[in-house]
Design a protein around this ligand. Structure first.
Ligand SMILES: *Cc1c(COP(=O)(O)O)cnc(C)c1O
Length: 394
């Protein structure tokens, strides 16, 4: 990247960084939907395969559409290099496969995406990588879990669905004092709201399926960080094949062009809804770090540009009352996905967190009266009217 591009502001980078033109003078970037690439001569093929001449070989290794997305993501997160993957989970697994070996130890927050727990507790464990799970916001637990063979600390901030936050500078110092790496799942904030690498994290991972696509269309993932770390994931991807489809990459980098505006609008709607719900007589409690009543409010205010598009609230009553609100909405989508233009509503206790034991649910604050709303870009008054249908019945 030239110095000139380094000096661009976020919005400009999101639109202008990483463009590869095909020679056809297209203005909007082309989709390079091809599995392999051709050469002028046998000699050139040999040079490209040997790495003596720059060029693409096969889209499992590299592809121009995927590269455009990777370069743009690296710029937005403030990292040297990015590696895209076929899903968020493929990015998390790929980064772990690149960095870890049997005998290594990982410390992971309990408040991470459920499948992330499965990958660490079941699959990496099977290959001799052991994981200790800790309470996300208890720094002492992270310190106490540290072992000489600890290589990686993994967390997600803010957490899903309660929006708890952890201080990334403190977490980076805990990791680095012990020669471990800090990997942060930045899915809920996106680089538009939070840039963990700038606060000391070593690697950022994303499910681009969420806010980065922003329209609920494509599955994808990406990791960003220093060259020597991300290169390890690139080598794994070349061999193991969980590469991002060029078509999906095209959707993602086009979507990055509006990421900043979309996140501003998600945050504005979420804040307005949180304030309205907090005053509602049928609502027991609202969990949104934008509210002063939230325990993470001042840290979120310092660490993030805004408070994100996801909130949770407890209705007065239990499961029956929560389901009444869920069932009464007319246009809000009953689905577990998030980061969509369309607002989605979920009952965590019986869907996203249904596999947790009652004890773990209680520990994570996943009560039967809790509802999560991933606030979309519809008109705020319409959203309020839709949620009020059920709340008015309680
Ligand atoms: C969805 C999600 C993932 C997994 O991503 P996929 O694209 O579904 O594989 C990981 N982390 C968080 C925070 C998520 O929301």
């Amino acid at each position: 990247m030239s110095n000139h591009q380094d000096q661009w502001a976020f919005e400009t980078q999101a639109i202008r960084t990483g463009v590869i033109r095909s020679g056809e003078r297209e203005h909007s970037e082309a989709i390079y939907l091809t599995s392999s690439f051709t050469y002028d001569s046998a000699e050139q093929a040999q040079a490209v395969f040997a790495g003596d001449e720059e060029g693409n070989v096969y889209s499992r290794y590299t592809n121009p559409s995927v590269k455009m997305f990777e370069d743009r993501m690296a710029a937005l997160e403030g990292g040297e290099l990015a590696c895209a993957a076929s899903s968020g989970m493929a990015a998390i697994l790929g980064m772990c496969m690149g960095l870890l070996k049997a005998g290594d130890h990982v410390i992971c927050s309990r408040s991470v995406f459920g499948t992330t727990v499965t990958v660490f507790a079941k699959y990496l464990d099977k290959f001799g990588v052991k994981t200790t799970f800790v309470d996300f916001t208890d720094y002492q637990q992270w310190r106490d879990a540290m072992r000489p063979e600890t290589r990686l600390l993994f967390l997600e901030t803010p957490s899903n669905p309660l929006g708890e936050v952890v201080d990334l500078e403190i977490m980076a110092s805990i990791a680095h004092e012990n020669d471990a790496l800090l990997m942060v799942d930045n899915c809920f904030c996106t680089p538009a709201l939070q840039q963990p690498l700038k606060l000391g994290a070593d690697i950022v991972v994303h499910s681009t399926t969420k806010f980065i696509d922003g329209q609920g269309r494509c599955m994808g993932g990406v990791a960003v960080g220093r060259k020597e770390l991300i290169n390890e994931m690139h080598l794994w991807q070349r061999a193991a094949g969980a590469s991002m489809s060029p078509f999906n990459a095209w959707n993602f980098y086009k979507a990055l062009e509006t990421l900043n505006l979309r996140m501003e609008a998600h945050c504005r709607n979420a804040m307005a809804l949180a304030q309205w719900l907090e005053e509602h007589p049928s609502v027991e409690k609202v969990h949104y770090s934008g509210l002063e009543s939230h325990p993470g409010h001042s840290l979120a205010k310092r660490q993030q540009k805004a408070f994100g598009g996801v909130l949770a609230f407890e209705v007065k009553g239990g499961r029956e009352q929560a389901w009444k609100v869920m069932d009464a909405v007319s246009f809000i989508s009953r689905t577990a996905n998030l980061g969509d233009t369309r607002t989605t509503i979920t009952h965590p206790a019986t869907t996203t967190h249904c596999r947790l034991s009652d004890e773990d649910k209680a520990r994570a604050g996943i009560s039967e009266n809790l509802i999560r709303v991933a606030v979309g870009l519809e008109n705020f008054e319409d959203l309020k009217t839709d949620l009020e249908k059920g709340l008015a019945q309680l």
